[in-house]
Design a protein around this ligand. Structure first.
Ligand code: P53
Length: 479
């Protein structure tokens, strides 16, 4: 048992999920197809394939998730048993606007989330809602080209407005785009599709396409912030950044400068979200690389007036860069600039484990963005083994979470970082976003289902469930 620190009163302990990874019910209640519904299962070594439509004979694990759609009452009861003060989930856009471009929302979808939120509130659990978590309506991809198209901005802000109006009495904390910066540096289309609905071909300049789509998302997000405040000034709308500090491999000044440039390239989204304007270096970088992003004066005014209320972020790992002679301009390219950190261990999926990096990152963000923060994801994907008596002894997950929570507490109590809450990933087992696997488990609650969707879908408490219950009971003191 580790001794932690008591967190401030009202600190929001909870857990997180996303609609496409837990709900299932992919055709229930009038739901339309999202990009997650056409993503096949992959693995650590096999990339997920995105189909243009649901094809016969293929396996699409997001079609069932962990059947939260039919189990949510039981699941929220278990969250309450752990002592959750809040529960982060996303609204599946395709339950509200099945194709994304309808004139009016789908009442059955709206009613579903009313009931989910009411169930939470009856236990004193605040819902924390992400609007877009890798689940764009498929039609906005196939017929509109995703976030390269300004019409998609209008579809998003309409969706956001419908949600704010309907749920503002039930939901105070919102986030616009999950891990908006996860598409930063990927040459393959997968994260670009997941985040922005982009399907690229060889004629596209992927970097220009990424910056353009991200720009329109930043504009859409800033508009959503303004819409929310006009509906209810009490609403808090945050961004959601995938945060992992990027360290220099050595103290060589060029390695240090390389790391600084990598950080600014990967986190400029946070600058725009929090500070309401593009950093100067980025517009110079675009000019140098002949990248053309359509940024209008009207867009700039929207960005300025729509700064986020808080910074939501995920934290899983850190990374390391090294200066290389063949890159004298020190441009950051994740696939070639990053090297392995010799000082930290890695998970079975190769993710570097670095709890101190969480404290470092929180201090970095606080000094740069001057906003309250919310850790909305942090967790450990691992193989779990169910014992004969049904228990799951996931001490590796407890170790990971306990080490990270301790660093989080130091950042708050010793360093003075302003933190609203902590929702580990994940409240319950989910279908992994990058691999589509069930066996890469994150949950505090076990779900009896395998990668093929076979199993009873029965829920059971892992050891980490009981561990987290004590953490919450002691307000962070017992880790
Ligand atoms: P999975 C990549 C890198 C870091 C976080 O990830 C990521 C991703 C995208 O897969 O995603 C977030 O399931 C995301 C969750 C996701 C979780 O991290 O790939 O917001 O939806 O499940 C863990 O192992």
């Amino acid at each position: 048992m580790t001794k932690g620190y008591q967190m401030p009163d009202g600190f929001l302990w909870g857990g997180a999920t996303a609609a496409h990874q837990v709900e299932g019910g992919w055709q229930e209640g009038g739901k339309g197809l999202s990009i997650a519904d056409v993503m096949r299962a992959g693995s650590k070594d096999v990339k997920r394939v995105e189909d243009p439509a649901v094809l016969p004979g293929q396996v699409y694990p997001n079609h069932w998730g962990v059947e939260f759609y039919t189990h949510y009452k039981e699941d929220i009861k278990l969250f309450a048993e752990m002592g959750f003060k809040c529960f982060r989930l996303s609204i599946a856009w395709t339950r509200i606007f099945p194709n994304g471009d309808e004139a009016t929302p789908n009442e059955a979808g709206l009613a579903f989330y009313d009931d989910v939120f009411d169930t939470c509130l009856a236990y004193g659990i605040q819902p924390i809602v992400t609007l877009s978590h890798f689940e764009l309506p498929l039609k906005l991809v196939t017929e509109y080209g995703g976030f390269r198209n300004r019409q998609v901005v209008d579809f998003f802000t309409k969706f956001a407005e419908v949600c704010f109006r309907r749920y503002h009495d039930k939901v105070r904390y919102w986030m616009t785009f999950n891990e908006i910066n996860n598409q930063t540096n990927w040459h393959d289309s997968h994260p670009l599709l997941q985040n922005s609905g982009l399907v690229l071909d060889d004629s596209d300049n992927w970097e220009e396409a990424m910056f353009q789509a991200a720009h329109l998302e930043l504009v859409a997000s800033a508009q959503a912030v303004q819409i929310a405040h006009a509906i209810d000034p009490n609403l808090m709308v945050g961004d959601m950044i995938a945060m992992g500090p990027i360290y220099p491999l050595t103290a060589k000044p060029k390695d240090v400068m390389m790391a600084e440039r990598a950080m600014r390239y990967r986190y400029y989204y946070g600058d725009v979200h929090a500070l309401g304007a593009y950093p100067v270096w980025l517009e110079r970088y675009w000019a140098k690389k002949d990248i053309h992003v359509d940024v209008t004066d009207a867009d700039r005014a929207i960005l300025k007036a729509g700064a986020v209320d808080y910074v939501g972020f995920s934290y899983y790992n850190s990374s390391v860069v090294e200066f290389k002679d063949d890159n004298p301009d020190m441009d950051y390219d994740e696939s070639v600039s990053t090297v392995r950190n010799p000082y930290v261990p890695r998970s079975d999926w190769g993710w570097q484990i670095d709890p101190v990096g969480l404290r470092y990152a929180m201090n970095w963000m606080q000094a740069r963005w001057h906003k309250p923060m919310f850790i909305v994801e942090n967790g450990f994907g691992a193989y779990d083994k169910v014992e004969a008596d049904g228990s799951v002894h996931d001490d590796y997950r407890i170790d990971y979470l306990s080490d990270h929570v301790l660093q989080m507490e130091k950042a708050v109590v010793e360093d003075g970082c302003d933190l609203i809450g902590y929702t580990p990933w994940s409240a319950i087992d989910i279908v992994s976003a990058s691999t589509g696997e069930m066996k890469k488990r994150y949950g505090l609650i076990f779900v009896d289902a395998n990668d093929e969707g076979e199993g009873s879908f029965a829920r059971s408490r892992k050891d980490s469930f009981y561990w987290y219950q004590k953490v919450i009971q002691s307000n962070g003191e017992i880790l």
